[in-house]
Write a protein that binds this ligand. Sequence first.
Ligand SMILES: Nc1ncnc2c1ncn2[C@@H]1O[C@H](COP(=O)(O)OP(=O)(O)O)[C@@H](O)[C@H]1O
Ligand SMILES: [Mg+2]
Length: 498
Amino acid sequence: MSLRRATASPLFTPAAEDRAARKAARHQLTRATSRARRAAQAHTPAAVGDMHPELRPQYPAVGRPGPASGRGGHLKLPAHRVTTATACGAYPFLAEGGLGSEGIYVGRDLHAEGAYCFDPFALYGKLDGFTNPNILLAGIIGMGKSALAKSLAVRATSFRYRVYVPCDPKGEWSAVSAAVGGTTIALGPGLPGRLNPLDAPARPDGVPEDDWASEVRKRRLLLLGSLARTVLHRDLAPMEHTALDVALDHANAVAMAEHRTPLLPDVARVLGNPHALDAAYGDPASRLGAAAEDLAHALRRLIAGDLGGLFDAPSTAVFDPTSPMLTIDLSRLGSSGDDTALVLAMTCASAWMESALADPTGGRRWVIYDEAWRVMRHTALLERMQSQWKLSRGLGIANLLVIHRLSDLLSAGDAGSRGRALAEGLLADCSTRIVYRQEADQLAAAAGLLGLTGVETEAVSALTKGRGLWRVAGRSFVVQHILHPAELQVFDTDTRMR
Ligand SMILES: Nc1ncnc2c1ncn2[C@@H]1O[C@H](COP(=O)(O)OP(=O)(O)O)[C@@H](O)[C@H]1O
Ligand SMILES: [Mg+2]
């Protein structure tokens, strides 16, 4: 058998071929080359400047600046035709293959030049290291974070996922919710909407009555504790904890006797009456009533103070589990420098929503915390979020947290503090991290917290509107989010600027 040598020339011409065959091959190559040249001339690519911004390549033709730059424009080699099977052996490290076509369409993967789809529920269990469906989205103002969150939400509804937005401080989600036939509850002074944060969710099938009652009690205590801590700006003393649970039990007993759900004023009334509290505790000499003075005043803020008339009456909205989207508009709560009112409202609203989210048969759901950076400094709220995060897999919930800078997570407290640990825990529990453009002085912090490589960090500094670095369980993509014109119309937050 003669030994034949193959070369990787544009057409294979085994060396042992006779003269006539080699000549025929040469002619064939000349013809193929001139055909290819004609085809190339017919299709002159548009200059980058004329391209639609969304379709511009991530890097210029000369490659990234720097030594290891993957330059494209300078190589002068003859055209090389091979099958894709051979090409992927010859060029194995060019671009990520993507996450597959399953899930919600997001836009274009700029490295692979293909469509990019994402669905945390579809990826769960399929991708190594993808341990939870939660997402962190960080980027400076105006880069399209909310637009991305809204797109994901709207597109998710067509997969029959339900979307909940427990806190919408700018009121920009109401139009989105209306567009998909969802519900919006607007809360604020003078508005008719009321939520009773002590509402109990319907008991799931198969859970014994007693177990459910103790679960509901636990949730209510957690909520009251969060509210008190937020107003008092400190942790509760042991006697205050006791006072809270005695007051809650007493208020609950009174409400049950009247066949209604307890309200915050019921609890506040017991706390504000030392004799009643001591009597309810069963020990008149316990001084529990005196110890609960601060608590009583803290709760009063939600009843008679600046937040009066929002959370102190039976809910005006019933939780509709079939509604595709539910948003809580808190934009009327004032945008003064003090975020306490917003945090209290968000605590109550999310407690009300969570009680409905706790239904494990409720299907797959998204919970979106837009503008979450405003509330990251409040440990009580972080605690609620953390418990929600931990439940996410069991309940089929994907949480999406939108912040400005990664250092918003660090502002939750000093190193080693509880707030800081909670915030870092939230970050660790997000298998998907999407980084939009960061300020130059934030790049190092972002790279450190997310473990970005030098190339990824550089990519983040060059991102434009709607373009983000997606880190999904250690794999990374640069994705241009593409908005449908109809979406753009509903999501636009720039109208007033123009
Ligand atoms: N992918 C995109 N394509 C085109 N325009 C976009 C895109 N993303 C955002 N925009 C525009 O940018 C504006 C600001 O976006 P927004 O999502 O509100 O920013 P952020 O929430 O990051 O502050 C939007 O009103 C929209 O008009
Ligand atoms: Mg926004």
